[in-house]
Design a protein around this ligand. Sequence first.
Ligand SMILES: O=C(O)CCC(=O)c1ccccc1C(=O)O
Ligand SMILES: [Mg+2]
Length: 381
Amino acid sequence: MQVQAIDLHPYRIPMPGGFTTAHGTFTQREGCLIKITISGGIIGLGEAAPLPDFGGATFAETYAALNTLRDQLLQRDCVEAVSSLYPLLEEQRYPASALYGLECALLDAWGQHEGMSLHTLLAPAGTQPRANVAVNTVIGAATTKAVTQAAQKAIQAGFDCLKLKMGLSDHPEEEIKRVAAVRAAIGPKVHLRLDANEKWSLEQAATILEACTQYDIQYVEQPLRAFDLEGMYQLRQRVAIPLAADEAVYDLASARRLLDLQADLQAADVLIIKPQLVGGLYPARSIIQTANAAGMRCVLTSSLEAGISLAATLHLAAASPEVTMECGLATLALLEDDLLINQLTIRGGLMPVPTAPGLGVQLDQAALARYTFMPSQEEVR
Ligand SMILES: O=C(O)CCC(=O)c1ccccc1C(=O)O
Ligand SMILES: [Mg+2]
């Protein structure tokens, strides 16, 4: 199982409707598709899609790192190559998304070689991976009317969990009214979570969340600035709605810091984990297990990447018995295309996990060709 070739394919996929957070609007997604060929002609797929606005490296840094790492992995045994990535992650020498993309491609190849699907490979001994993962949809529209309409549409499509983007208005009363309108539109049973993307001050957050307690909020993502862990701790004492750290989990070390604080200054009830940021499926799994042992819950989400990396996160969610809340994986529809031949589906709020060996997905070469772009000289270096 020797690594024989590593091919890199930078892609840029438009996001026709955009994705607006309190940080701004994504209108396209850039990443690098990774194809790793091992002996026997098996090809593993991975995707390095950094999120520079969320603490990740830039595309240029990630692409440069992939070019360097490629030379280090060629000719090595596939399993040994996977293990060689984790010390590099600990040393923080390379962007997390580069290491994750390579891990994913190597695990896909390994899984195919073993005839085992990734969720089976990843499932802890003695546990049975799930065949489907419950997912939430995200709603972020300009007006309250558009938001409630989108919420109703999502329910009709079968979602049982909605995430509402907040922080888009400067007036706390408008934010509260929006939550009230959505809860009224979706009825009492559907799970409702909020995401403020760091927009609020401690006082604003306390005002809005106290008023929203009556609307049965599952949790609120990142009400305060990513670095304000002390503020998060204080807010937790003041409001009953569980707080989730999202932007505060921008790499593996930051996730561990939140877990370390758990004992005395607990800054979050829930950790939002993105494999692209924490640097791999195994690192993500170790965070999930440590968090679970410490009484903190984790939710896995996409980084708005294409279907290859999204499928990998889906496999991990299916293989993580500790992850019981809906995962943020309903984001492929935001992209113009997802680079897969058989696209991942969502029915009744559930995403079926591919069952074929490895990732179980097939690359759509024509789609990749459509979205391939040439990085500048500087990025190739
Ligand atoms: O969590 C989800 O439902 C989808 C993923 C998501 O919202 C997201 C994806 C990339 C960057 C930031 C965010 C976010 O939580 O704002
Ligand atoms: Mg978030």
